[in-house]
Design a protein around this ligand. Structure first.
Ligand code: PAF
Length: 281
């Protein structure tokens, strides 16, 4: 496993692989790696000859400055996990390396409502930062395959749209959410939960699962309302609990209105914001 801090050296290593006819898989992360990230690495290792993982806590996607400061940084543990998972290369750039003054601008893509609904409505500018950094990282790595998690459903939908709009040859592979035994979606933020909050946190997945079971029996509005109430009663402060079209992420009137339906939620326990989703159809 090789560690790169500079773009030129990373690109030279990737070019060598490409010249040998090898395929490159890329897993962008912000570190604090958990089993969900490692599942992405393992899938990339299985499907490619060379796997690059980036660890970069991207300042431009944090709408909340405290969240950026508090974001967990566990680099030594991260490196050990990546080594064990047979990752080929780790890219740990500085902010100046990713955002030099002469960087080419992010293409101006009209995402329509895709970046404005759900997370976009609560985290102003967040997806601008995600698009900016993922575009920049892809421009550096130029992988054959890009791996992202379903847990950030909206994020992967936006990146998929970006790749389509750019007619990119990069194939996005979205991998299923990895969960703790009690259903809590793995997240780097989970390590900040107190024992009491950790005990409540699985209610998110339990509530989404019950909604999935009720699909088609209760109305969308009733299920959204019920989900929000359940989480509020457990002690969450809910930003949204929404059942939407899985492609456009727009509200739907009925389950039959579209062939792809997702239930997605974001809720706080104390100052920790958790998100999760379930594909209903
Ligand atoms: O999902 C994340 O960890 C980040 O949003 C990503 C894709 C690495 C971009 O900074």
């Amino acid at each position: 496993m090789r560690l790169f801090k500079h773009i030129t050296k990373l690109q030279a290593a990737i070019a060598e692989q490409r010249a040998a006819g090898n395929r490159t898989g890329f897993v962008p992360t912000m570190g604090a790696l958990h089993e969900g990230h490692i599942a992405l690495i393992e899938r990339a290792v299985a499907e490619n000859d060379y796997v690059v993982c980036s660890i970069f806590v991207n300042p431009t996607q944090f709408n909340d400055a405290t969240d950026l400061v508090k974001y967990p940084r566990t680099i030594n543990a991260d490196l050990a996990k990546l080594y064990a998972a047979n990752c080929s290369a780790i890219f740990i750039p500085t902010v100046a390396e990713i955002y030099p003054e002469n960087a080419s601008p992010t293409p101006d893509i009209d995402f329509g409502s895709l970046t404005e609904v759900l997370e976009g409505a609560y985290r102003s500018g967040h997806f601008d930062g995600v698009v900016q950094v993922v575009h920049r990282l892809l421009d550096i790595v130029r992988p054959d395959h890009l791996y992202m998690g379903q847990k950030d459903y909206q994020q992967q939908a936006i990146i998929r749209y970006m790749l389509e709009q750019l007619s990119s040859k990069i194939q996005l592979v979205t991998c299923e959410t990895v969960r703790e035994k009690d259903g809590l979606a793995m997240s780097s933020r989970n390590m900040r939960l107190t024992a009491a909050q950790r005990a409540i946190a699985p209610s998110i997945h339990a509530t989404l699962t019950k909604v999935a079971q009720q699909m088609g029996q209760d109305s969308i509005q009733d299920l959204e309302q019920w989900g929000k109430e359940q989480l509020t009663q457990k002690g969450f402060v809910v930003d949204y609990f929404s059942i939407v079209d899985g492609k456009t992420l727009l509200p739907i009137e009925t389950f039959d209105a579209t062939d792809s339906v997702v239930a997605a939620t974001a809720a706080y326990l104390g100052d920790i914001r958790l998100i999760d989703n379930l594909i209903l159809k």
